[in-house]
Design a protein around this ligand. Sequence first.
Ligand code: AMP
Length: 216
Amino acid sequence: MRALFFGPPGSGKGTQAARLSARRTLPHVSSGDLLRAAARSGSAIGLRAKGFMDRGELVPDALVLELLFDRLAAADCGAGFLLDGFPRTEAQAGALEGRLGRGERAALDRALRFLLADEAVLERMSGRRSCKGCGTPFHVSFRPPKVEGRCDRCGGELLRRPDDAPEVVRERLAVHRRDEAGLVEFYRRRSVLREVEASGSVEEVAGRVELLLEGA
Ligand code: AMP
């Protein structure tokens, strides 16, 4: 299955993609994670990307596409993948389609749009934390770690991402609302668009996601 998840920040795309990736043994490819790893590594791409990320702006396509296409070229993506946070614009969607080709099979099986109101996004984001070491996401109310401030997976320290600060979240949300219509149209035209109500518990949303991906 080749699927992608898009929607506002904090709508649970990453959490659902990670869960599904484990259940279906499909690689979870998150452009945000790739960019953060590049920034941590101190690579030229990572350092250039960091300023944009810290301000909540989109990283220029040249940088994102290079990282992402490198990742999609890895052997484990040959049988499918779950994209999370990419594409974010119609131009990126076009670039992805160009990369995947439009051969016998559709370039993508599903583009799943997560629906969540702005107020809910802001509420969720205020409690979001992630592991400094491995990036696993947590939430102080909705997905607390077993030991406060520590990652369940690797024991790393849990921090608020700099771009989860309220003023940056507002900018990220504005960027998302600006660009989402182009993506919706792009994937609607290719008949792969599905929409999932993203409010409710992780398990509730996971059930809806599974139904919408059935047959993909
Ligand atoms: P995310 O983890 O998906 O919320 O992404 C965090 C930040 O990484 C975004 O606010 C952007 O600065 C950058 N980013 C992630 N994915 C993309 C993308 N597809 N295009 C441009 N910038 C991106």
